[in-house]
Design a protein around this ligand. Structure first.
Ligand SMILES: [Zn+2]
Length: 103
């Protein structure tokens, strides 16, 4: 959910005013006029849900395409990214353990 401000002509009060635009994914789901407060809601569920489903289901395919294109790139970038967190945690744990024994 992202919020953006845009200068638009309001359909309710017919004034040019700041509008708060709320996004659901890449779809506009709500527009509020800061001048008169009129809220326009757009039903994005029919567009948003299939889009979300497609985005999720296409992820492994995108990864597989990357792997086919450049296996070396993925092999070097993926384990690093997945390993960096446990390594950082182990380092933190060691630091905490050391300070505990010394203090
Ligand atoms: Zn308005």
């Amino acid at each position: 959910m992202a919020i953006q401000e845009s200068f638009l002509r309001c359909t309710a009060c017919d004034q040019e005013a700041e509008h708060v635009v709320v996004y659901a994914g890449r779809f506009v789901s709500e527009i509020q006029c800061s001048g008169c407060g009129a809220v326009t809601r757009l039903d994005v569920s029919e567009d948003y849900l299939p889009d979300l489903r497609q985005r999720i289901s296409s992820k492994p395919r995108r990864l597989a395409r990357r792997l086919r294109r450049d296996p070396g790139e993925l092999a070097t970038s993926l384990p690093q990214r997945t390993l960096s967190k446990p390594l950082r945690m182990a380092e933190e744990f060691r630091t905490v353990w050391r300070s505990r024994r010394n203090g």
